[in-house]
Design a protein around this ligand. Structure first.
Ligand SMILES: Cc1cc2nc3c(=O)[nH]c(=O)nc-3n(C[C@H](O)[C@H](O)[C@H](O)COP(=O)(O)OP(=O)(O)OC[C@H]3O[C@@H](n4cnc5c(N)ncnc54)[C@H](O)[C@@H]3O)c2cc1C
Length: 576
């Protein structure tokens, strides 16, 4: 097969152009290190742009008592003791610097009259420590980082799909991919690789991710290269995702809708939260509201389309227009529905991957030498339940740290071992898929995968369902060799979808097997057959391939942090 091919060499390759990837690339460029960022999606439109509510750091600009130690304690507590205390410390202690970096790059944070950065409550935080820019914080962060990367002339190829990491004897030496527009192949040699490819929540039917993002690519790439995944069963479901239209199912209705006084009702018109949390009602925690809505739907008290009603129509119109403008606009755009008059139909939606690639706390390095993972692709900060606002700060802190480590690693590398075999295998894999003439289409298989994850690994799981999910997954895996690919001159998206599916299947298997192994209910992981928390399972589950899961002890929490841990109410505090 004749291929149009480009060969590039760089010191550090960053895979992704979301918040974590750009922060890493900026650090490398500021240090004068040769860097290249590649991503399958345009840099201005990475998933990070969707983040709404804010970014956490104990700046104490509003609540003077706040400290990074309290932030660490809240994060570990809310994570049901599964977070890595080293990672939690690094992020919370480094958070102020992360915000200062953003300020230095020109981030337009909301400020108090005297110029201090404003901070608001967000979820189960003890103090107000969430900095923000309107209800579009992620969009502003992405813009700010893109601008800074442009100033530094960081090369970003944002139509390149990475299909494989190039590794030999557990050492990474680059990546292989193709251009999604014209099919040009890319062989990128690099001393070190930083994986910032996001999570896997698009593999559920209802998800707050958009089409073709968060398909678990980072997990497939990492495992194939020899890295391991941690706690993949821990997935955060947001209580309110839209049911329709189908191609936008799961689009988030901000929790601000409940925060402002929105009421949840089931298909029978009952205000069902009174059965689950009569005190806090709709202002209960995210995992409880998601579980309540799920239970109503599952037990046959949902709306005809399988959701529940979220109603703000009793609120004054000005409140809706001033406090919920994005929700109002989204519903008009997607459903032509006026929320000042009509309730919204919502259901729990897959929102955030709390597990991910297993990394070291000191440098976000993986089991593969020279390979680092950051952002939603990595794991260790959130444990079994993510505190709203913590993921954005993680991007800033570990983006910088992994870049420093990769720069040092690259500088210390005398010679690099490469493997012609690894390269040939990567190229032949793409050739093989492109020459597929079978009868299977990739899109229905992706849909089948989303259905099985929704049916068997949603908000509530049990052994029989998870085993059934694994059988259905095996059927999808068996259908892959019969996929026919039809890339046309306009786009190689069809090929990209096949690689999305391959990675999604790895992520799905790790999630199902982890969920089966975690025989307890903890945080976002609900097992109806094991409804209690099991102290002996206060461990991380580390997955290294089909059927291979090991329990790993969580490092002890330092005493000064443990002393600050307490139950924090999230009533009245928005969480996203
Ligand atoms: C609606 C919504 C609201 C949110 N609100 C908040 C909030 O208020 N506060 C908060 O802290 N968090 C929030 N989050 C979560 C937060 O936005 C994400 O966790 C975070 O932005 C992830 O950033 P990232 O850099 O890890 O990856 P992403 O931004 O997901 O970027 C991943 C990158 O990898 C690239 N990529 C993936 N696969 C490949 C491949 N095979 N080849 C090449 N490139 C690839 C993509 O193109 C993309 O550039 C929210 C999320 C959503 C959906």
């Amino acid at each position: 097969m004749t291929r149009s091919e480009r060969r590039i060499a760089t010191s550090v390759l960053v895979i992704g152009s979301g918040g974590s990837a750009l922060r890493a690339a900026i650090e490398l460029a500021e240090r004068g290190v040769d860097v290249l960022a590649v991503s399958k999606r345009r840099k201005a439109d990475a998933h990070t742009t969707l983040a709404a509510g804010g970014i956490n750091a104990a700046l104490a600009t509003v609540d003077a008592e706040d400290t990074w130690q309290q932030h660490a304690a809240d994060t570990l507590q809310e994570g049901y003791l599964l977070g890595d205390p080293g990672i939690v410390r690094t992020v919370t202690e480094g958070a102020a610097r992360g915000i200062a970096d953003l300020e230095r790059y020109g981030m337009p944070f909301a400020r108090e009259a005297d110029g201090r950065i404003s901070q608001r409550f967000f979820g189960a935080h003890t103090w107000r420590r969430t900095a923000f820019a309107g209800d579009y914080t992620g969009l502003e962060i992405q813009r700010t980082l893109v601008n800074r990367a442009d100033q530094l002339e960081v090369p970003i190829l944002d139509t390149v799909y990475v299909t494989r990491l190039l590794a030999s004897d557990n050492v990474v030496f680059g990546a292989y991919g193709f251009d999604v527009v014209d099919g040009t192949r890319y062989i990128i040699h690099a001393d070190a690789v930083i994986l910032a490819a996001g999570g896997h929540t698009r593999i559920w039917r209802r998800t707050s991710s958009r089409r073709d993002e968060n398909t678990g690519d980072g997990f497939g790439l990492a495992v194939d290269a020899g890295a391991r995944l941690r706690d993949m069963e821990l997935v955060q479901f947001h209580p309110s995702g839209l049911l329709a239209p189908e191609d936008a199912a799961g689009t988030l209705v901000s929790e601000a809708a409940r925060g402002e006084g929105g009421i949840l009702r089931n298909g029978l018109g009952e205000r069902f939260m009174s059965r689950y949390d009569p005190e806090r009602m709709e202002l209960s925690t995210r995992d409880r509201v998601a579980l309540a809505a799920y239970t109503e739907i599952r037990e046959g008290r949902g709306t005809p389309d399988g959701g529940v009603w979220l109603d703000v129509s009793h609120l004054p119109r000005e409140t809706i227009m001033n406090r919920l403008p994005r929700v109002h606009q989204t519903l008009l755009e997607l459903q032509m529905l006026d929320i000042t008059r009509t309730p919204m139909e919502v259901a729990p939606t897959a929102h955030y991957t709390m597990g991910g690639v297993r990394v070291r706390p000191e440098d976000s390095g993986t089991d593969v030498e020279g390979l680092y993972a950051i952002g939603e692709a990595a794991s260790g900060l959130h444990g079994a339940n993510r505190l709203g606002g913590n993921s954005l700060i993680e991007l800033l802190v570990y983006g910088r740290i992994a870049a420093e480590a990769a720069a040092e690693y690259s500088a210390g590398l005398g010679a690099q071992q490469r493997s012609a075999n690894a390269l040939t295998e990567a190229a032949e894999e793409v050739d093989r898929i492109l020459s597929g003439t079978g009868q299977e289409n990739v899109r229905p298989l992706q849909r089948a995968l989303r259905n099985l994850m929704t049916d068997h690994a949603g908000v509530v799981r049990d052994e029989a369902g998870l085993r059934a999910g694994l059988s259905r997954l095996a059927e999808i895996e068996a259908a892959v060799p019969s996929i026919g690919v039809h890339p046309d001159i306009a786009s190689y998206q069809d090929l990209a979808h096949v690689f999305d599916l391959l990675a999604s299947m790895v992520a799905a298997r790790a999630t199902l097997e982890g969920a089966l192994e975690r025989r307890e209910t903890r945080g976002a992981h609900n097992r109806s057959d094991y409804p209690d928390l099991d102290d002996s399972l206060q461990v991380n589950l580390v997955w290294s391939g089909p059927g291979r899961i090991a329990q790993e002890a969580v490092a002890p929490i330092p005493e000064e942090i443990a002393a600050l841990m307490h139950d924090v109410s999230s009533a009245g505090k928005l969480v996203e």
